[in-house]
Design a protein around this ligand. Structure first.
Ligand code: PNS
Length: 159
């Protein structure tokens, strides 16, 4: 059985992430969305809020599970018995960072394979950072995130 982890901060989850989730759910028996709980980094949404949002957006997929994790990705992979990591690649600018992480993880845990998926063309510009930036100035983010997520992001900037 193939079990893959799609890890990330998902702060917030975007159409780009959801596209990777849908496509990877067709490629692997089970996909675990690993939501990073990084206490050293200030996030817009708490890890519980991020997990909750992604669960609502992915409950239509029988083989997709959403979990949070803290610490190293390789330890999380060992804990859930997964040997595949999925990461989306938008452009060559992502590559340097992604290859470094993938190779570090491989050196530390040889069983772990990272698979890069090319982001669909219509989402190649999209990132959670862009969504937060746009929303912080009152911009319309409905092209970037599902309609259920729009008010949640907007509310964060009203406070
Ligand atoms: O959505 P992001 O922020 O680009 O995701 C980055 C993530 C969560 C995949 C990466 O930061 C990560 O795996 N963090 C956990 C700590 C770790 O294992 N780092 C990689 C080895 S240095």
């Amino acid at each position: 059985m193939s079990r893959a982890i799609y890890p990330g901060s998902f702060d917030p989850v975007t159409f780009g992430h959801l596209d990777i989730i849908e496509r990877s759910s067709k490629m692997f028996d089970e996909v675990i969305i690993g939501v990073l709980c990084n206490s050293a980094k200030q996030s817009l949404f708490t890890v519980e809020e991020r997990v909750d949002m992604i669960r609502k957006m992915t409950d239509k997929y029988d083989n997709v599970k959403v979990m949070s994790f803290e610490g190293l990705l390789i330890d999380f992979a060992k804990e859930v018995d997964a040997t595949i990591i999925i990461r989306g690649l938008r452009a060559v600018t992502d590559f340097d960072y992604e290859i470094q992480i993938a190779q570090t993880n491989k050196v530390e845990y040889d069983k772990l394979e990272t698979i890069f998926m090319a982001t669909s063309l219509q989402y190649s510009y999209l990132s959670s950072t862009i969504v937060r930036e746009f929303a912080s100035y009152g911009g319309d983010i409905s092209r970037f995130v599902p309609e259920e997520i729009v008010p949640l992001v907007e509310d964060k900037f009203k406070k």
